[in-house]
Design a protein around this ligand. Structure first.
Ligand code: URA
Length: 195
């Protein structure tokens, strides 16, 4: 894919978008632009509909996702499934992707440079999936998508006709039980975006 840090990625994103899903998947599988690929078993691309109304963006694959090659298939995935059920979304209503496609060692947060290197893939996926609503699962997803922190929890913004809202990462529901009710409140406040 070539080095992307500090460069305008729009032409690259356009090219990948025009080339279609198969080409994009191949490019992600072939990528070795950052060191994460060396330690990863499988790059993790997406799950769900290719015509979603709602697109969830997580952080990076964990151990289970690295083994399965499918996002949110471990403990955090169970919590995401519960959230999706609470949101009353059907299977073909949504898709799930990550900001970074390869697992960081010991599940550490992806570094800024790793997020940047993976960003053309993220932006091409968003263009191709063309959702009405993007749900950013936590601060890393926000940093990757917005390139900085711009959003308040649960307060949507519209960008290029897409409603963007940041809620808690599903893993927060595992480690902080008080977050469960807070998350439900953030979802309830935003239901009109996808209902
Ligand atoms: N956490 C994430 O952000 N993504 C996954 O795919 C799994 C856990």
């Amino acid at each position: 894919m070539g080095k992307v840090q500090g460069t305008d990625i729009s032409a690259l994103v356009e090219e990948m978008t025009n080339a279609g899903f198969g080409h994009l998947e191949e490019s992600i599988l072939q990528c070795s632009d950052c060191a994460l690929r060396e330690g990863a078993t499988n790059p993790v691309i997406m799950k769900g509909s290719r015509t979603p109304r709602v697109l969830f963006i997580g952080e990076a694959p964990g151990k289970t996702e690295d083994m399965t090659g499918i996002p949110f298939t471990g403990r955090a995935g169970k919590k995401l499934d519960e959230m999706i059920e609470y949101m009353s979304l059907a299977d073909d209503d949504y898709a799930v992707i990550n900001a970074v496609k390869c697992r960081p060692p010991n599940n550490r947060k992806p570094l800024k440079g790793e997020i940047e290197m993976c960003r053309p893939f993220l932006m091409a996926q968003i263009k191709m999936l063309d959702p009405q609503v993007i749900i950013l699962l936590g601060n890393t997803a926000e940093e990757a998508f917005c390139r900085s922190k711009k959003l308040e929890w649960g307060i949507p913004k519209v960008s290029d006709g897409i409603s963007i809202v940041k809620i808690y990462h599903p893993a927060a529901m595992i480690y902080q039980r008080s977050r469960i009710e807070e998350q439900k409140a953030l979802i309830d406040k935003n239901r009109q975006l996808w209902e």
